[in-house]
Design a protein around this ligand. Structure first.
Ligand code: AGP
Length: 615
């Protein structure tokens, strides 16, 4: 994922941009660059590879420029090399652009510009934007409004696709123009300085006051002023928001990796997520963000839960919970499929969109489509003020703080916790008897402490990873509530360790995948007392009969299981509806330790750090 940082103020911009880009490293990139406004000229430094390399390539002799833009690129159009990195200059060298997103009609625009005599150096869609702005800038010498701003508007009105943009013009040393459509962008408002970023973590050390741009909006950012307009030149008043996390929360705090830090943060993160929401006197759940819709939710005819990747796994747990506890029809859809389908959304359908970042394009598109069809859409989101949080009708925040690790860990357990609360409350209002409601709320309140106990097995899980981490194919198997947990365990291992892993409902194994099992193949079973215990034991037998190595997550005190396990990880007994919250923890640790033992960069896995070239 690409990242943008911009600075305009009185301090030297170079180091601020480099530090901001470093804060965005976790999003993955293949090249980076910065552009500094030298008063009459824009000086670009960019290169393939790490920000540390870019930093070394920059002049050390106290750079004085106080205006600049920076970018980390994850290649989409054209290979990851220095020429394709941002910032891009237009053919005149006056306009400089950093861009996140994809310009869909860049081919047609490029043809038009070539016909006008424009020459291109890179293969990117971004250079097309730079040249289009440059083209209009050169055409218009007599515009009523500011010519630079006007040319950006004029260009953006020709563009189809998504963008988060920061643009400088060599004739305008005191302004950066930013714009947004479908790709997050915010303006950090400081004292005598302003910043631009695609992610709040890039600027939080300078200011916590921000303006979130909406789609089709632009900001004219000066040192002491920020003006917001639409790309059709209509002035907008926008209130300041406050970033809800501190700089300390995005530091490693003594941990070797963000992923490990976030795994270990889960007891505290979940306590914060549950805090004030479990009414232990009246045994009710209080979710302030959706309270106004409680009647509509109670009478809803159907729920559609949607998200991507880990969030989709949380939705699957939500389906089991809402069906079981609230006796309500639920469908779970990949947002990436839902957005292109023609779903039937009749009256009484409520959509719940789940996302850590609140910016996932597929989830956003699915939300838009469902809203257009009349559905009420709720968000279960972590990042406060994110696009999903702002575009849904109502929602519940995860409150787990920034998740920097690419592998979603604390967000997963919090997503499950929020969906659990929703299911319990819906159940309480519909069919669930008081005793069961009380018991679930009481047990849910204990989950943070239980997770704390499970984390103590980290070293033991590391030992298992030492013995099995060299195997290239793994299976993850669970039933009932723990079938989605098995999928999540497999995804974590794939994403971080690059080990091929499949997650399956355990009973499905015999319908084909059993053929994969060979000598020593690790098969991770979630075989707690609650999850169809006897049936899962037969599945374990099937694996053992074929020489597979069993890593079993079982309950404390279960002696019977010992003879089936090559490796045993104990978790405390909890209500089966709450088990995914606990069973996910050893699986996260397993993926983490396998990756580290393989010498991999856990916080920058190759699904983000390596380029994908799309021409
Ligand atoms: C999981 O570890 C992933 N990084 C990925 O599956 C992620 O959960 C997915 O891309 C959805 O992201 P979101 O929660 O920010 O919408």
């Amino acid at each position: 994922m690409c990242g943008i940082v911009g600075y305009i103020g009185s301090k030297p911009a170079q180091q601020i941009l480099i530090d901001g880009l470093k804060r965005l490293e976790y999003r993955g990139y293949d090249s980076a660059g910065i552009g500094l406004h030298g008063g009459t000229k824009i000086k670009i430094t960019k290169q393939k590879g790490r920000i540390a390399g870019l930093s070394d390539a920059l002049p050390r002799d106290n750079p004085i420029e106080t205006v600049g833009i920076g970018h980390t690129r994850w290649a989409t159009h054209g290979e990851p090399n220095t020429v394709n990195s941002h910032p891009h200059l237009d053919y005149s060298g006056k306009i400089s652009v950093v861009h996140n997103g994809i310009i869909e009609n860049y081919g047609a625009l490029k043809k038009f510009l070539i016909e006008k005599g424009c020459e291109f150096k890179s293969q990117t869609d971004t250079e097309v934007i730079a040249n289009l702005i440059g083209y209009f800038y050169e055409q218009e010498t007599d515009c009523e409004q500011d010519c630079f701003e006007w040319s950006v508007q004029k260009a953006l009105n020709q563009v189809y696709g998504t963008y988060g943009l920061a643009v400088m013009c060599s004739d305008y040393p005191d302004v950066i123009v930013a714009a947004k459509k479908g790709s997050p962008l915010l303006i950090g408002v400081g004292d005598g300085e302003n910043l631009i970023a695609s992610d709040a973590s890039a600027i939080v050390e300078h200011t916590k006051q921000v303006i979130y741009l909406e789609d089709d909006e632009m900001a004219i950012v000066e040192k002491d002023d920020v003006t917001i307009k639409t790309i059709h030149n209509k002035r907008i008043e926008r209130e300041l928001k406050e970033i809800d996390f501190s700089i300390e929360e995005i530091e490693l705090g003594g941990y070797e990796h963000y992923m490990l830090k976030e795994i270990f943060e889960q007891p505290d993160a979940l306590s914060t997520c549950l805090k004030g929401r479990l009414d232990m006197n009246n045994y009710k759940i209080i979710l302030g963000g959706i309270e106004n819709l409680s009647r509509q939710l109670t009478t809803a005819k159907r729920f559609i839960l949607t998200g991507c990747g880990t969030a989709w796994h949380a939705c699957l747990v939500g389906e089991y919970l809402m069906e079981r506890l609230a006796r309500t029809p639920v469908e779970v859809e990949y947002a990436s499929e839902l957005r292109y389908r023609n779903p039937i959304i009749e009256e009484g359908t409520v959509v719940i969109a789940v996302s850590q970042s609140g910016e996932t394009a597929d989830t956003l598109a699915a939300i838009e489509m469902c809203k257009e069809r009349g559905a009420t859409v709720l968000g279960v989101v972590n990042v406060v003020g994110s696009t999903i949080a702002r575009t849904t009708d109502a929602g519940v925040y995860l409150r787990v703080g920034p998740e920097i690790g690419v592998a979603s860990t604390k967000a997963f357990t919090a997503q499950v916790a929020v969906l659990t609360m929703m299911a319990i409350e819906l159940g309480r209002r519909r069919h669930l008897d008081n005793a069961r409601t009380e018991q679930l709320i009481t047990d849910l309140n204990k989950i943070p402490n239980i997770i704390n106990d499970v984390l103590k097995y980290s070293d033991m899980i590391k030992d298992i990873s030492k013995e099995c981490g060299d195997r290239e194919n793994w299976l993850f198997l669970g039933r009932g509530y723990n079938y989605p947990t098995a999928l999540e365990g497999a995804l974590k291992l794939k994403e971080i360790s690059y080990i091929h892993a499949e997650g399956l409902p355990a009973a499905e194994m015999k319908h084909g995948p059993i053929a994969l099992i060979n000598d020593g193949m690790p098969a991770v079973f979630i075989a707690t007392r609650c999850s169809n215990y006897d049936k899962i034991i037969s599945n374990i037998e099937e694996v053992r009969a074929r020489g597979g190595k069993t890593i079993i997550i079982a309950n404390e005190g279960d002696e019977e299981i010992e003879r089936y396990a090559d490796y045993l990880i104990r978790i405390p007994n909890v209500d089966d509806a709450l088990e995914p919250l606990v069973a996910a923890i050893p699986l996260q640790l397993l993926a983490y330790h396998c990756a580290v033992l393989r010498g991999l960069d856990v916080d920058k896995p190759r699904n983000l750090a390596k380029s994908v070239t799309v021409e």
